[in-house]
Design a protein around this ligand. Structure first.
Ligand SMILES: O=C(O)CCC(=O)C(=O)O
Length: 307
């Protein structure tokens, strides 16, 4: 039995599945040893007391401007190598997005509020004690650039296979998400975009996970074999270590809402977990002095950036 399995509160812990652990059984030492240092995903249960509702969000956010990704109905029928860019992004007052959600336009046109910083809004204030508890019990440290960001949309939307350049926590406050994870060791087999391929940025895979063209991308068979499936339910949080590939699909019949935040990567060597992560890390570091020199300092890490 692994040390994770020995901890009380662990629901499943076989070596090829993501363990689930109740937040009340977590402490920072245990979390650091079993998940942070090895860079291993874990599902944390019973993090939040309540599910968010749309009227509650409307009340708390008022006219707050939200950044939405406009993918369009056709994009997911094209090979990803033919995408000219990841998606269009637009900022709109929250009530306008809610209208698109309620009248079905968001589902039809694949419009999704993504990576929208809500740290300074009452939605975060309302659950601050639960967020602080999560921070204390995981011992995760802020990375100094990332804040709490909101993801909100209709069921049936997919954020395609990619990895992030920091440890992340995806915290679910409404509905359910189906998440497929592929370990960093399989990076070569998911056919990442290169720096000069155009279209999508290097943290994205060229392959559709649900309909992989194994003739064109034969190594994907190995990645599929190594994949792990996670259902992220309400009040749960998924720890997503740097370099883990993930594809996230909203499920169910109602809208789905989460927050995420990125954290300091410890130990530092995990920034080099494979050559794809290391290359982007190094390019990002090199870009910093240039950005400072040109007066355009980077405010956020390069994580899941829509171009
Ligand atoms: O929740 C989503 O739809 C995507 C979230 C994500 O990709 C992330 O947290 O890195």
């Amino acid at each position: 039995m692994s040390s994770v399995a020995q901890a009380s509160g662990v629901v499943n812990s076989s070596d090829d599945s993501v363990p689930t652990i109740s937040i009340s059984h977590l402490n920072s030492e245990f979390f650091h040893k079993n998940f942070v240092i090895p860079g291993r995903p874990v599902l944390i249960d019973k993090v939040f007391d309540e599910e968010w509702t749309l009227p509650w969000l409307e009340d708390k956010l008022g006219e707050y401007p939200v950044g939405a990704r406009y993918y369009g109905a056709e994009r997911f029928h094209l090979p990803k190598t033919q995408w000219k860019r990841y998606c269009e992004t637009r900022t709109l007052p929250f009530p306008e997005f809610v209208k698109l959600l309620r009248d079905g336009t968001a589902a039809r046109e694949r419009i999704y509020v993504a990576n929208c910083d809500v740290s300074s809004t009452p939605v975060v204030t309302a659950i601050q004690s639960q967020l602080s508890n999560l921070e204390t019990r995981t011992g995760l440290k802020p990375n100094g650039v990332s804040n709490y960001s909101m993801w909100l949309g209709a069921p049936g939307h997919t954020e395609p296979l990619h990895f992030d350049l920091a440890d992340g926590l995806l915290m679910n406050l409404r509905g359910t998400k189906h998440i497929t994870l592929v370990p960093p060791s399989e990076a070569h087999n998911v056919y990442p975009f290169g720096f000069f391929d155009g279209g999508l940025s290097p943290g994205f895979s060229k392959v559709y996970l649900n309909q992989p063209d194994l003739k064109m991308y034969p190594r994907m068979a190995s990645a599929l074999k190594a994949r792990q499936e996670v259902i992220l339910g309400p009040s749960q949080a998924l720890f997503l270590p740097i370099g883990w590939w993930h594809e996230v699909t909203t499920t169910g019949t109602d809208y789905v809402c989460s927050l995420n935040r990125f954290w300091k990567v410890e130990p530092f060597r995990r920034n080099f977990v494979n050559r794809y992560v290391a290359n982007i890390y190094l390019v990002t570091q090199m870009a910093k002095p240039l950005a400072a020199f040109s007066g355009k300092e980077q405010k956020k890490p390069v994580v899941h950036k829509a171009s």
